[in-house]
Structure formats: C-alpha cells, structure tokens
Write a protein of this length. Structure first.
Length: 258
C-alpha cells in the first residue's frame, strides 16, 4: 500500500481507462453523470446503473455522441430484489467477461432532523439505498470483479460519515457504515485478489443533493461536478493500483480550515 498516494495529484492520460469496464450507480445527474462521461472520454466502457431509464438513455446518448461506449443497466436500488441483482451480474459477465471498476455513487439524503423526531420509514429507505443496496450490488458483482487483473471498488463517503454532525441523521449513519464496509471488504480481499477497495468524499459540490441540504446556498460558491472527476479516475484506474483500504477527499480544505 502506498501511503503517499493522493488521487488529487494524478493527471489522467488520454488513454487512462482504455479497455476498462466500469459500472457506476446514480450516473444520470451531478457527480455520477460527470464521472460517467469522464470515464468514457478516457477510454472506458461504462455501465450505467440506475432506475430512471429515460435519464440513463440521455447519458448513454451523450457518451455515444462523443465517441464513447456505454451500456444501460436499469436497477432500482430502493425496490430491487435478488432476481434483479442476479440478472444484472449475469449480464455483465456474459457481455464483458469481467468488471474492472465499480463506483457506488447513488445515494439518498433523507431528511435533516433530530434523531428524536426522525421518520422511521425514511430512515429505513436511506440505510437501504446507501448501505444495503451497495453491499448487495458489490456482492453479486464480485465474481466479475475478480475476473479482472486490476479491479477497483469505490464507495462514496462524506465528511459527516467521519465525524457525526447534529441533524444529519440516517445519511450520516449510512456514510459511517459505508466507511466500515469499505474497510472490511478491503481487508478481506487484500492479498487474495486483484480487487482494491477505497472510499472517496467528494466534498461540497453543485448537486441536487447539496441543494436539498442547503437550499439557501449559492450554488456558484461550491465546486461543479466536472471539476472533481480526476480523483475518481485515479481511484478507478491504474494510478491507484495497490492502494486499498483508504479513505480520500476529492477536494482540498480551504486555506482557513488547514
């Protein structure tokens, strides 16, 4: 493991992801869309996993129009049952024979509320989509990932998944769980496979979820998703080979916070 590795320092080559097959959940908006387009631009075949087929088709069309390659894999992470997961995993192996990268980007915010008053059904939905569905998808795709000579699983973390913050409720708890899931899986796979596992906190970004959490914030004051893709490319591609069990930040803290 390279303790000095920093994905923010990596500048991708034009063929950085050439020949790789990378699956991304939540690829139709925000960071997921930006990373999907970037992965295709740098040579990957991208598998777009999401529930809203017209939006998946829109991103697919963008990638194809730019000369890239993409495949749509409809899956509703909130409602899918075992058959849906198994069908997706079988289709990946049948079409590609392997999977080189898996980015867990899809997530629900839930509500910002004191735990004392947190709605239990909302709590269950957030934990299911953010943690249980990510676990289940990883589990069924591990056989395909193990067929790769250099595979990467990347979980999306958050600052509130490292230090608890009042009112962030289920979302914060889910991100703590994601950090733990990432570490456990990395430990289990290290030295027995070519699959590495890491987590990445994108930080404040111009996304719908950010707007939901901070409705009065000026979106122009936070990073556009397109400016954050390089750390994702570094962690999904060959630049991070041998790096596993780590949790990174996509953005540097502002000077006042250092």
């Amino acid at each position: 493991m390279n303790a000095e590795f920093d994905p923010r320092e990596v500048t991708p080559r034009a063929d950085e992801l050439a020949g790789r097959v990378i699956a991304i959940t939540g690829p139709t908006r925000g960071i997921g869309r930006a990373v999907a387009l970037a992965c295709a631009r740098y040579g990957a075949s991208v598998i777009l996993i999401g529930r809203h087929v017209p939006r998946l088709e829109g991103v697919h069309a963008e990638i194809e129009a730019a000369g890239g390659t993409a495949t749509i894999a409809p899956l509703d992470l909130e409602k899918a049952v075992a058959e849906g997961y198994d069908t997706l995993a079988a289709a990946v192996l049948e079409r590609f024979g392997r999977l080189d990268g898996l980015l867990h980007n899809a997530s629900l915010l839930g509500t910002l509320s004191p735990l004392e008053h947190y709605d239990v059904p909302t709590w269950c939905r957030v934990l299911h989509v953010n943690v249980t569905a990510a676990f289940a998808l990883t589990q069924v795709l591990l056989p395909a990932l193990k067929q790769s000579q250099d595979a990467s699983i990347l979980f999306t973390s958050s600052s509130v998944g490292r230090q608890g913050r009042a009112f962030w409720g289920a979302y914060s708890v889910s991100k703590f769980a994601v950090e733990g899931l990432s570490q456990i899986l990395a430990s289990e796979l290290e030295n027995i496979s070519a699959v590495r596992v890491n987590a990445l906190n994108p930080g404040p970004a111009r996304t719908q979820m950010r707007l939901q959490a901070y409705p009065s914030e000026n979106p122009e004051t936070v990073a556009a998703p397109e400016t954050l893709v390089n750390p994702y490319l570094a962690l999904l591609g060959p630049a991070s080979r041998g790096v596993t069990g780590r949790s990174f930040d996509a953005q540097r803290p502002p000077p006042s916070a250092r």
